[in-house]
Design a protein around this ligand. Structure first.
Ligand code: ZN
Length: 514
């Protein structure tokens, strides 16, 4: 090339590059600047986080706690300035269940207060009980005869001692490494899965329901268990079978009292009993169980759109939690981020083309009940001929979710939607300084964007740093381990993504289907 032409060609190439990276997917830098200033200099995200974790506390889907929480949530959304704030009941969920009191002590051979929490949807102990502890190993039908008539008034330890998980001791707030991010960024083509080996289920194995019925019939004082080696933590969820019996009062009362104990306290009792030395405990659990089936609900609110107001961009996360802590990370942090993103957009005077709607779900922890019911009701499902697509199906652009703990966004999962790659990549550009750089082609699950994705709607979950020690689904998930900067940045990114989706010329492209 003649030397005198070089500057011209270089300029042309630069122009072409610019055309591809910016003109094809515009980034609204002026709005990004406003969002960043509001969200990084006048953030309220930790105020939301603190109110929900410190004042509201745990919010099990069908509980008095949750009803109190949802009343606050509606009021707060109205205070932020959202419109069409609404409670959307979606199903008869069951009776309410709330833990009101628990006290657990080792009396003999050495006094120690112990840490335990009742499993959700179980009854209390009917007063304070002193009980001898015994290890019970109930596996198959013939085991029943070995224990029949021996367990009345006993505290039965029904799980093997927990293997302590030392990895949970990792300290600090580590970020994903460059190598990890690079691996997430690389396109992965999942290999075809080999056919699973044939499994033969022994017909004489006892089910969880059968074991529970046996303990109840035998009149145990309490069932003690430990299903996690997480140091210092109680991991306890709901009673097996609760979902199947529709969280019914009868189902709850048919269960024995069940308490999950920290691995240290549980293993200690097992070791003492292994020496042939008696263990006695004192326990009292009071659980309040409702007497009528009530409807579970999601809470929604909007910033109305302008010229494309009938089209919708959604964001959100699940407001419900498990019951043993406020679950500051899972998913109070996601709710705080969604609320703060909406507050930022209101504060900067955003007037989006499409309506921006925040949805804070319930029933997620028991199986995505709230988000799935919402999607079925508002958008339908063209992949299921019994449901079909509703008119709203074509009006939704995209849904953005936070629910993988309280770590900072480092990218976003495409969820297999290659047509969305250009947009999601371009909208990330203003946040390189946050360390948000990765568009991963991976599909991820276990939370509410799945409800959208599984019916063919664009639903996205952000790729986050994983902060150890913040115990999701445990008694240890409090405000103190939440990193303020992480949530501030997440709210800014969330606000910017929904703003760009709401302002784009076209709705978010969808996955191609055959
Ligand atoms: Zn969650």
């Amino acid at each position: 090339m003649p030397t005198r032409l070089r500057p011209f060609v270089t300029a042309l190439l630069l122009l072409l590059t610019a055309a591809f990276s910016f003109d094809t997917v515009p980034v609204d830098w002026a709005m990004v600047a406003k969002i960043r200033e509001e969200g990084l200099q006048r953030s309220r995200v930790m105020d939301f986080e603190s109110y929900m974790t410190d004042v509201l506390g745990a919010r099990l889907t069908m509980s008095r706690d949750m009803q109190r929480g949802q009343a606050w949530l509606q009021a707060e959304m109205t205070r932020i300035g959202l419109v069409n704030v609404a409670v959307e009941p979606y199903m008869d969920y069951g009776v309410t269940w709330d833990n009101e009191y628990v006290a657990l002590h080792l009396l003999e051979p050495d006094y120690t207060p112990m840490v335990g929490y009742p499993i959700a949807y179980t009854p209390g102990t009917d007063g304070r009980k002193v009980a001898q502890a015994v290890v019970v190993d109930l596996q198959v039908r013939e085991d029943l005869e070995r224990y029949r008539g021996t367990l009345r008034g006993k505290a039965v330890l029904v799980t093997p001692p927990a293997a302590i998980d030392l990895a949970a001791l990792a300290s600090g707030a580590p970020r994903r490494t460059v190598a990890e991010l690079r691996a997430l960024e690389e396109t992965v083509i999942a290999p075809a899965r080999p056919a699973p080996p044939r499994t033969v289920r022994r017909t004489d194995l006892l089910t969880a329901a059968e074991k529970s019925a046996f303990y109840k019939a035998e009149g145990v004082a309490v069932v003690l268990q430990c299903e996690s080696g997480w140091i210092g933590a109680v991991r306890g969820y709901g009673r097996p079978g609760a979902r199947e019996d529709g969280w019914s009062r009868a189902g709850m009362l048919a269960s024995p009292a069940v308490v999950a104990v920290t691995p240290e306290h549980y293993n200690r009792m097992v070791r003492i009993l292994g020496r042939g030395i008696p263990v006695s405990i004192e326990i009292e659990v009071r659980n309040r169980i409702g007497d009528r089936v009530e409807r579970a609900a999601n809470i929604v609110g909007e910033i109305p759109g302008t010229d494309l107001a009938d089209e919708v961009v959604m964001l959100g996360g699940h407001f419900d939690t498990w019951h043993a802590s406020p679950n500051a990370s899972d998913n109070t942090s996601g709710v705080a981020v969604a609320l703060e993103a909406m507050r930022i957009l209101k504060a900067v005077g955003a007037r989006p083309r499409r309506t921006i709607r925040v949805a804070l779900w319930s029933g997620e922890e028991q199986g995505l009940f709230g988000s799935r019911a919402y999607v079925r009701e508002h958008f339908g499902n063209p992949l299921d001929s019994a449901v079909g697509a509703k008119p709203g199906y074509e009006k939704l652009s995209a849904y953005f979710n936070q629910d993988y703990g309280a770590g900072q966004f480092r990218g976003i999962y495409l969820q297999g939607n290659e047509s969305a790659r250009a947009l999601l990549t371009a909208w990330m550009e203003p946040f390189r300084d946050f360390g948000m750089t990765v568009v991963s082609n991976q599909s991820v699950g276990s939370t509410d964007h799945v409800a959208f994705d599984e019916v063919g709607l664009p639903g996205f979950q952000f790729l986050q740093d994983r902060i150890p020690g913040t115990g999701g689904h445990t008694n240890l998930d409090f405000y103190d381990t939440i990193q303020a900067e992480d949530l501030m940045k997440n709210a800014v990114v969330m606000a910017s993504y929904v703003w760009h989706a709401a302002s784009a010329d076209a709705r978010m492209p969808r996955k191609t289907r055959r």
